[in-house]
Write a protein that binds this ligand. Structure first.
Ligand SMILES: Cc1ncc(C[n+]2csc(CCOP(=O)(O)OP(=O)(O)O)c2C)c(N)n1
Length: 642
């Protein structure tokens, strides 16, 4: 990286208005300085480096040409907005990126007037921008609305819905398609292939060749017509425009533009600004631009943990003793193993083969592996279709993105009792990606669905058993596990089937006066808490519930006969979650005199921070469980005796 010398151009940029005063040379230098700041920050903080490196010129050009924040700039996903953040008054706070109490890695309305829409999930920009354009009309105001969307996000159902709407409304709306041919992994699907043909000029050439062949084949007059067609070649070019698909949908198509060239972008955007109606600007950028490791491996640098700039290796990879294996890895390896034994198992991802750990499955069983693109809804119903034909689909989608496909879970899978397994990674706190990405609702929303079994393993070893149980039970199953490494327990050699709906006592100090009933990754902190409590003189029994549904009624009711104080622990919203299931059981069965304290997430969006910080903040850790137990003891002690 360049040494810091003297005042930089960036140090004088406090607002996009400052950018509009620069000439092209200084703008190019500014782009370089922004990249340096990004690299310097992300290598320490982690984050979405490759997407943000690719959009530096595009960001500068948009703010240069348009009158932001009066003109509204709407980003899709928002993981490519670091340059936008840096030039819109957040340069000095950029070092706090993704940290607890720091600036978000995504646009956030409360952070800046330049952030017009909170975002983190793909495919929202066109609809949100269309809504803003409509509001402009209702309010009789005059400003531009510009949505920036990647080629991956363009493939979501929502984007198609938005295009379908906006193309027919004829409102002024600019959609900038940032095409880098990548989603997180290489992009998939027919739209992606089409864009690729547009970029390489194949569509125009193919059509031209086809027409020429056709003309030649007409006996007698064909050759003459061909001559004539050469004369009208120019008009042919414009007739068979690249991007015709968008033209047909009602957009004026401009492009493909070179998205990492400031002069080219600025000149073209200045023209676009004058156009009326819906416009689609196709911009081609290089993901990871300016940092060789990211250019060469944009998937790896899509979202990266802290890393060494010189080697491109993450700090964890540099450690002599790698940490315990991740849940993701155990999931991926176990599925490969199960699929070897059972040829009916298939795996589906929605654009996240590496993130979900399905890359190993894809390598081993390419014919049984499906990357459907950022299309969670399609992925789930596609799985339902497979299941009707005797296939056992395992749909690996992060908890937060499964929210997209809730109707498909209810209507297409569970209503028909189809044996689809929903493997949901990133259940609970996701960490630095923050509120858009925490998986804090799945126990609640999955629990409510009839025919669906809801389970969560207490550790990585149990994940193996649960996956085997899930693929063999012949029912729809929701299986969630957390982001990150497991607790470090030994992995048994053979995954086995667990008894359905049965929990397990995992810590019994004898003569217990308190029962801690935990689910998923809260089991181990509960055991740790019980050990601390034991030293303090409180005997606490710990139950690994394993199943949110069917809940182990027998174990819980038997326990409630002897123990009158319960603490439930979950990394999920308290509303409708696991603790609620326990309360409902006790209420429905008329269990009297049992005090239940629920630990979990309150009715609020959790902020960003490390998982550890967030667990401390919400007291979903051993310390929090001990505090709850003490509170439970105090309230009991304070109760007036009758
Ligand atoms: C609904 C949803 N599913 C999955 C993701 C995870 N995700 C984040 S970015 C991304 C790829 C986006 O690709 P593209 O829009 O082309 O942007 P690029 O990163 O290439 O700039 C994916 C799959 C998400 N954010 N939202």
């Amino acid at each position: 990286m360049a040494e810091k010398k003297g005042p930089t151009i960036l140090s004088g940029i406090n607002d996009p208005a400052d950018i509009r005063k620069l000439d092209l040379t200084d703008l190019s230098l500014l782009a370089q300085e922004i990249r340096e700041l990004m690299l310097d920050t992300v290598c320490r903080r982690g984050g979405h480096l490759a997407p943000s490196l690719g959009t530096v010129e595009l960001t500068l050009a948009i703010h240069y040409v348009f009158n932001t924040p009066r003109d509204l700039l709407v980003w899709d996903v928002g993981h490519q907005t670091y340059a936008h953040k840096i030039i819109t008054g957040r340069r000095d706070r950029f070092d706090t990126l993704r940290q607890f109490n720091g600036i978000s890695g995504f646009p956030k309305r409360e952070e800046s007037p330049y952030d017009t829409f909170d975002v983190g999930h793909s495919g929202t920009s066109i609809s949100a921008a269309a809504g803003m354009a409509e509001a402009r009309c209702l309010k009789k105001e005059d400003f531009r609305v510009i949505a920036v969307i990647g080629d991956g996000a363009m493939s979501t159902g929502m984007s198609f819905e938005g295009l379908n709407w906006a193309g027919d409304r004829h409102e002024n709306l600019i959609i900038i398609l940032n095409d880098n041919e990548m989603s997180i992994s290489p992009n998939v699907g027919a739209l992606s292939s089409y864009l690729n043909r547009v970029m390489t000029g194949q569509t125009v050439n193919m059509l031209r060749a086809e027409i020429k062949n056709f003309l030649k084949s007409i006996p007698g007059i064909g050759e003459q017509m061909l001559k004539f067609s050469r004369q009208v070649e120019e008009s042919l070019k414009t007739f068979f425009v690249p991007g015709a698909i968008f033209e047909e949908l009602g957009f004026t198509y401009i492009g493909p533009l070179e998205g990492n060239r400031l002069d080219h972008l600025i000149r073209n955007l200045q023209n676009v600004k004058e156009l009326e109606g819906p416009v689609l600007v196709h911009v081609v950028t290089k993901k990871g631009k300016g940092y060789t490791f990211a250019e060469e491996n944009p998937s790896r640098f899509h979202g990266i943990a802290p890393f060494d700039v010189c080697t491109g290796r993450t700090l964890a990879e540099n450690e002599a003793f790698p940490p315990a294996v991740s849940y993701t890895k155990v999931f991926g390896q176990t599925l490969v193993r199960l699929a070897k034994e059972n040829p009916r198992i298939a795996a589906i991802t929605a654009a996240m083969p590496e993130g979900t750990g399905l890359d190993s499955f894809a390598a081993e069983f390419p014919k049984r592996f499906y990357d459907v693109g950022i299309a969670e809804q399609h992925g789930v119903t596609f799985a339902a279709g497979l299941a009707t034909q005797g296939i056992i689909p395992v749909v690996a989608i992060y908890s937060t993105f499964m929210q997209r496909a809730y109707d498909q879970v209810i209507h297409d899978v569970c209503l028909q009792k189809l044996p689809v397994v929903f493997a949901m990674d990133r259940g609970g706190f996701v960490g630095e990606d923050g509120p858009t990405h925490h998986g804090m609702f799945d126990f609640s929303f999955m629990r409510a669905v009839p025919n669906l079994i809801v389970m969560a393993p207490g550790d990585e070893n149990e994940l193996q058993h649960m996956l085997k149980t899930a693929v063999e039970c012949g029912m729809p199953v929701s299986l969630r596990y957390p982001r990150g490494v497991g607790v470090g327990v030994k992995l048994e050699e053979y995954p086995r089937i667990l008894p359905m709906g049965r929990g397990e006592v995992v810590f019994d100090p004898g003569e217990a006066t308190l029962a801690i009933v935990a689910i998923g990754n809260c089991v181990h902190p509960s055991i740790e808490a019980a050990r601390i409590l034991q030293r303090e003189g409180t005997a606490a029994l710990v139950i690994n519930a394993r199943f949110v549904k069917p809940i182990d009624e027998e174990l819980l009711l038997e326990t409630a006969k002897k123990i009158k104080k319960f603490i439930t622990v979950e990394e999920n919203a308290l509303m409708g979650g696991f603790g609620s299931a326990v309360l409902e059981l006790f209420a429905d069965k008329g269990v009297d005199g049992v005090r239940v304290i629920r630990i979990g997430l309150p009715d609020a969006y959790a902020p960003q921070g490390t998982q550890k910080e967030l667990r401390r903040m919400y007291a979903i850790d051993a310390e929090g469980i001990v505090e709850a137990a003490q509170k439970c003891n105090e309230t009991n002690a304070q109760k007036p005796s009758r």
